[in-house]
Ligand binder design. Structure first.
Ligand SMILES: *[C@@H]1O[C@H](CO)[C@@H](O)[C@H](O)[C@H]1NC(C)=O
Ligand SMILES: *[C@@H]1O[C@H](CO)[C@@H](O)[C@H](O)[C@H]1NC(C)=O
Ligand SMILES: *[C@@H]1O[C@H](CO)[C@@H](O)[C@H](O)[C@H]1NC(C)=O
Ligand SMILES: *[C@@H]1O[C@H](CO)[C@@H](O)[C@H](O)[C@H]1NC(C)=O
Ligand SMILES: *[C@@H]1O[C@H](CO)[C@@H](O)[C@H](O)[C@H]1NC(C)=O
Ligand SMILES: *[C@@H]1O[C@H](CO)[C@@H](O)[C@H](O)[C@H]1NC(C)=O
Ligand SMILES: [Zn+2]
Length: 445
C-alpha cells in the first residue's frame, strides 16, 4: 500500500512526461518553446501564420536536420484540431512530440525514423475554435474558426467551381506552408468517429466516381495507408462502434462514400500538393473527459508511429540533365496512374512517389528535354526507412518545340483569395449559418 502511494507520487512531478490534460494555447506555446530550447539539435519551432484572432499557428519540426530539407529525406506532417472542438488529435500530437524527444537516440525505431524523415507537427490548426469550444461530445460549438467558417470546407476543390469562396487565414497559412515544403505524406486528425478516411472526399460524377466511392489513381496506396493506421490502432480496425453505428469494414472508408464534401484539406493535399493525406477520426466523443486521454494515447501511439514510417514507400530520386544539373518541374508519371495534376520535380529536381511493392513503368517529361520511360522494380521501403532511390537522366531535345509534353489541361493552380477582403464575406457567413443547421443533424466529424 505504502509502495503504491510512493510509486504514484513519484511518477507525477513535472518533467516526467507531459500531463494528460487539455492545455490551452498559451500552455501549448510554452511547452513547444521549451522543447525547441531543450532539444535544439533535432527540433525546430516556427509559426506558419496566425489565426483570425491572432494566435500563432505553431509547427514543431523534428528530424536529424530540422532546419532544412535534405535531398532524399521525405517531409511528413501531422495536423490536429482543425475543428476546434475535436481535441483528441491536439492532445495526441503533443504526447507524440514528448515521446519522440524522450526516445531519440535511445529507442532504435524513433532514432531511425527521425534520422530518415523530417516530421512537421501542427498540434492546432484552429486555436480560436479550441478556445471557444464547449466540452461536449457531439455538438459543434468551437468547430468553426472565429469567422464561423468550417476550415475543412474552405480549400480549393478540384471537383467544384468554387473560385468565389474566400480563404480563411488558417487555410491560407496551410496553403503557403505547403509551398515552402514538399510534403509527401500527411494526416489530419479529427474526432466524432473512429475510422481512417482517404480521398477523394468529392466528385463531379467523372471517371473517379466508381459505385458509391470517389476513387483516386493511387487507391491501392491509400487503402494500404489507411489499413496501416487502423490495424496498428488497438480497436479502429474492428469497425466503428460509435453512436452513428456506421459500419466501417477494417476501420477504413473512402471519404466520398462516407459523405461527400467540398473544399476538404485531404483532396487539396493530394491533387495540388502531391501529398497523400488521410483524415483520421480518433474518438467517438469529440471532447472526451481528461481521464480517457491516457487510454487514447495508448490506442493510437503504435498507429501514429507506423504511419510516419510509410513516408518511405515507393520511389524517390532526382531528375538530372546530361551535366548532372537538377531539372525542375519535370513531370514524373507512373503508367496507369493519371493524376489530375502530374507529380513534378521540385526546385532541387527531386520527386517522391509513394507506391506499393511491384514493377512500375515511369515516364519523365520536361519541355526542354527528350522524355524517357523506364521500368522499375519497387521493394517495400518502410522496413529499411528508405524508398528506393532512382535518378533519371534527361537529354536536351534538339528543337525547342516540346517533344511529348502531354500536360493535362484539368490541372489549374487554384487562386489564393484572402478573407481579409471583407467585401465578400457575407456570402460565406450566410452559407455557414445554413450549414450549422445541417451539421447539427448530421453530427459531422
Ligand atoms: C526543459 O529544461 C528545463 C531545465 O532543465 C526543464 O525544467 C523543463 O522541464 C524542460 N522542458 C521540457 C519540455 O523538456
Ligand atoms: C542518427 O543521427 C545521429 C545524429 O546525426 C547520429 O549520432 C546517430 O548515430 C544516428 N543513428 C542512426 C541509427 O542512424
Ligand atoms: C503496422 O504497421 C506496419 C508498418 O509500419 C505493418 O507492417 C504492420 O503490418 C502493421 N500492423 C498490423 C497489425 O497491421
Ligand atoms: C511547369 O511545367 C508546366 C508544363 O510545361 C508549365 O505549364 C508550368 O508553368 C511550369 N511551372 C513552372 C513553375 O515552371
Ligand atoms: C518484377 O520484375 C521482375 C523482373 O524484372 C520479376 O522477377 C518480378 O517477379 C516482377 N514482380 C512483380 C510483382 O511482377
Ligand atoms: C478585394 O479587394 C480589392 C481591392 O480592395 C478589389 O479590387 C477586389 O475586387 C476584391 N476582391 C473580391 C473577391 O472581393
Ligand atoms: Zn472534424
Amino acid at each position: 500500500m505504502l509502495f503504491l502511494v510512493l510509486c504514484c507520487f513519484w511518477l507525477t512531478p513535472a518533467g516526467f512526461g507531459l500531463e494528460f490534460r487539455y492545455h490551452n494555447s498559451a500552455e501549448v506555446e510554452q511547452y513547444l518553446r521549451e522543447v525547441s530550447r531543450n532539444y535544439s539539435s533535432f527540433t525546430h519551432l516556427h509559426s506558419i501564420g496566425h489565426s483570425v484572432e491572432g494566435r500563432e499557428l505553431w509547427v514543431l519540426i523534428l528530424g536529424q536536420n530540422p532546419r532544412q530539407h535534405r535531398t532524399g529525406i521525405p517531409e511528413f506532417k501531422y495536423v490536429g484540431n482543425m475543428h476546434g472542438n475535436e481535441v483528441v488529435g491536439r492532445v495526441l500530437l503533443l504526447q507524440l512530440i514528448d515521446y519522440l524527444i524522450k526516445n531519440y537516440l535511445s529507442d532504435p525505431f524513433v532514432t531511425r525514423l527521425l534520422n530518415s524523415t523530417r516530421i512537421h507537427i501542427l498540434p492546432s490548426m484552429n486555436p480560436d475554435g479550441f478556445e471557444s469550444s464547449g466540452r461536449d461530445c457531439m455538438y459543434s460549438q468551437g468547430r468553426f474558426n472565429k469567422n464561423g467558417v468550417d476550415l475543412n470546407r474552405n480549400f480549393p476543390d478540384a471537383f467544384s467551381n468554387d473560385n468565389v469562396i474566400l480563404r480563411e487565414k488558417e487555410v491560407v497559412a496551410v496553403m503557403e506552408w505547403m509551398k515552402t515544403e514538399r510534403f509527401v505524406l500527411s494526416a489530419n486528425l479529427h474526432g466524432g468517429a473512429v475510422v481512417a478516411s482517404y480521398p477523394y472526399d468529392n466528385s463531379n460524377g467523372g471517371s473517379e466516381l466508381q459505385g458509391l466511392s470517389s476513387i483516386t489513381p493511387d487507391n491501392d496506396v491509400f487503402i494500404h495507408l489507411a489499413k496501416t493506421y487502423s490495424f496498428n490502432h488497438t480497436t479502429m480496425h474492428k469497425g466503428d462502434s460509435c453512436y452513428d453505428s456506421k459500419d466501417f469494414t477494417d476501420g477504413i472508408t473512402n471519404g466520398y462514400s462516407w459523405y461527400p464534401l467540398t473544399g476538404g484539406m485531404q483532396d487539396y493535399n493530394y491533387v495540388w500538393g502531391q501529398c497523400l493525406e488521410l483524415t483520421l477520426e480518433l474518438s467517438c466523443c469529440k471532447f472526451p473527459p481528461e481521464s480517457e486521454l491516457p487510454g487514447l494515447w495508448a490506442a493510437n501511439k503504435p498507429a501514429l508511429l507506423a504511419y510516419m514510417q510509410q513516408a518511405h514507400l515507393g520511389l524517390k530520386g532526382q531528375v538530372l540533365d546530361s551535366n548532372g544539373i537538377p531539372v525542375q518541374n519535370a513531370s514524373v508519371e507512373v503508367n496507369g496512374r493519371r493524376n489530375l495534376c502530374p507529380f513534378r520535380t521540385d526546385g532541387n529536381g527531386e520527386y517522391y512517389r509513394l507506391l506499393l511493392p511491384g514493377n512500375y513503368t515511369v515516364t519523365v517529361t520536361h519541355s526542354a528535354h527528350v522524355s524517357i520511360t523506364e521500368t522499375i522494380s519497387v521493394p517495400y521501403g518502410p522496413e529499411k526507412f528508405s524508398a528506393l532511390t532512382h535518378n533519371f537522366q534527361l537529354q536536351r531535345s534538339s528543337s525547342d518545340s516540346s517533344l511529348g509534353a502531354t500536360i493535362q489541361p484539368t490541372c489549374v493552380s487554384p487562386k489564393l483569395l484572402n478573407s481579409e477582403n471583407h467585401s465578400a464575406t457575407l456570402l460565406p457567413c450566410a452559407f455557414t449559418a445554413l450549414s450549422v443547421l445541417i451539421l447539427h443533424r448530421l453530427l459531422l466529424s
